[in-house]
Design a protein around this ligand. Structure first.
Ligand code: IMP
Ligand code: MG
Length: 174
């Protein structure tokens, strides 16, 4: 079986949207510092591009979670593989994710972070597949709502491949 990747969102479309999101976040956090929490590994490309478009002061931290399950489906049981380096107490935290699918990973993560007493806690995602939602999550900033298809690129992988694509594509198996 061979894999091909069909372009769903071009590099230009993604770049333009991230610029808009950065401008909106800069307005919303005017006069404050925003503490971005990048969810590894998928969120890393989006976090870097977004951070460059934010004009208020930005600090960064990283977290890695894994859901027990296979590559294409999350089980809802989440494990913290790498925790934050710094405390988020009294910080204006913005969690940056690649994609929200069932919502299980994020609802676990947000609940965990909320208990650490940040000044505020918001969520930003590049992609959202609302049709797939199992657990309710409130998303503050969404790049694109996409249909229920398995996507790669811009940090998203299929068996650890394709993260480096500068666009969002759909895997087609033939
Ligand atoms: P959730 O807990 O089901 O919302 O799972 C979210 C995680 O599953 C994301 O952070 C991705 O790592 C992964 N994921 C969900 N959909 C896709 C996809 O279409 N392509 C690549 N990874 C995906
Ligand atoms: Mg992820």
């Amino acid at each position: 079986m061979s894999e091909t990747v069909r372009v769903l969102l071009s590099e230009e479309e993604v770049d333009r949207r991230i610029r808009e999101m950065g401008e909106k976040i800069s307005r919303d956090y005017d006069g404050r510092q925003v503490h971005l929490i990048c969810v590894l590994k998928g969120g890393v490309f989006f976090t870097c591009e977004l951070a460059k478009r934010i004009s208020v002061p930005v600090s960064l931290d990283f977290m890695s979670v894994s859901s027990y399950g296979n590559d294409t489906k999350s089980s809802g049981v989440v494990k913290i593989v790498k925790d934050l380096d710094e405390s988020i107490e009294n910080k204006d935290v913005l969690v940056v994710e690649d994609i929200i699918d069932s919502g299980r990973t994020l609802s676990y993560l947000l609940e965990n972070l909320r208990r650490r007493n940040p000044a505020s806690l918001k969520l930003c995602t590049l992609l959202d597949k609302p049709e797939r939602r199992v657990t309710e999550v409130e998303v503050d900033y969404t790049g694109f709502e996409i249909p229920d298809e398995f996507v790669v690129g811009y940090g998203l992988d299929y068996s650890q491949k394709y993260r480096n694509l500068p666009y969002i594509g759909v895997i087609e198996l033939s």
